[in-house]
Write a protein that binds this ligand. Structure first.
Ligand code: DHB
Ligand code: FE
Length: 279
């Protein structure tokens, strides 16, 4: 049976790509963010996962406002990076795992989730930057499965539904007959709002409570409606739904192996967590 060896959750601000391209990792503005990642890389080097299941939101690149699936899963042999307009360098194409993808899709649909399955897919910064932060050498030693949650255009799936999707994904991964080690990632957040009257909004109290809940009380955020989550964390802070689904692939009891929180990078409160199943 495949095993989920850990969950990594991180922000995915596009400017990270610019900072990497310019070699600004040690710049005083960027260091508090980039300094969070060496422990994650050491852990990955030790665990050597085979597959990354990446829970993220598409920002209008693969899906636009005219066609917006609530949940979509990739089943392509290869994924291409494109960019919806941030001008950041693009990563080379990278490997999917169609067989594993179809197993996840079939298992989760069997649990009554209505997914869009994508045999071709371009992916944006919300996928590629977290990968580049984990494996800066840019030859990613894993196969990947994209899982896309609509956090962009209402109506959004509820936190409760995203949590249940994560639980179903966890069961699906564990029921794969192979012996692969799987890391589930969730990207986006934490609090940020890029537009409107509250542009620049950040809510540190809420972020820290949410990060605590990821360890001790994983369903905590499901008490809130998506409107309440937008109020609490900002219009784009609601990307935390991706964190929630990723977290829910693990059992209730986890061990925090690493965490970092820093305000701001670009317009965003950046958060980073590495959770392992408790032994
Ligand atoms: C920013 C954050 C995001 O999550 C995103 O998708 C785009 C921009 C930002 O803070 O600049
Ligand atoms: Fe985003």
């Amino acid at each position: 049976m495949a095993e989920i060896v850990g969950v990594i959750t991180t922000s995915h601000v596009p400017a990270i790509g610019g900072a990497i391209a310019k070699g600004l990792q040690h710049d005083p503005y960027w260091a508090p963010f980039f300094d969070g990642f060496p422990p994650i890389r050491q852990w990955l080097a030790q665990k050597k996962p085979d597959i990354v299941v990446m829970v993220y939101n598409d920002h209008g690149l693969n899906f636009f406002l005219d066609k917006m699936p609530t949940f979509a899963v990739g089943a392509a042999p290869e994924y291409r990076n494109a960019d919806e307009g941030w001008g950041i360098p693009q990563t080379p194409p990278f490997a999917g795992d169609p067989e594993f993808s179809w197993h996840l899709i079939e298992s989760v649909v069997d649990e009554d989730f209505d997914l869009v399955s994508c045999q071709e897919m371009v992916v944006d910064h919300a996928f590629t930057l977290p990968m580049a932060l984990c494996w800066p050498e840019m030859k990613w030693p894993v196969r990947t499965v994209p899982v896309v949650i609509n956090t962009v255009q209402g109506p959004l799936p509820s936190a409760k539904r995203c949590f249940k999707l994560g639980q179903a994904l966890g069961r699906a991964i564990r029921s794969w007959p192979g012996k692969e080690h799987v890391v589930v990632m969730g990207t986006g957040g934490l609090s940020h709002q890029l537009d409107g009257e509250r542009a620049g909004f950040i809510n540190k109290d809420f972020d820290l409570k949410f990060m605590d809940s990821m360890i001790e009380d994983p369903a905590w955020a499901t008490q809130y409606s998506t409107t309440e989550l937008v109020e609490l964390s900002g219009t784009q802070g609601v990307e935390l739904l991706n964190w929630l689904a990723a977290r829910a692939t693990l059992p209730d009891k986890v061990r925090k192996a690493h965490a970092n929180y820093h305000i701001p990078i670009s317009n965003t409160a950046s958060g980073l967590m590495l959770l392992e199943p408790a032994v």
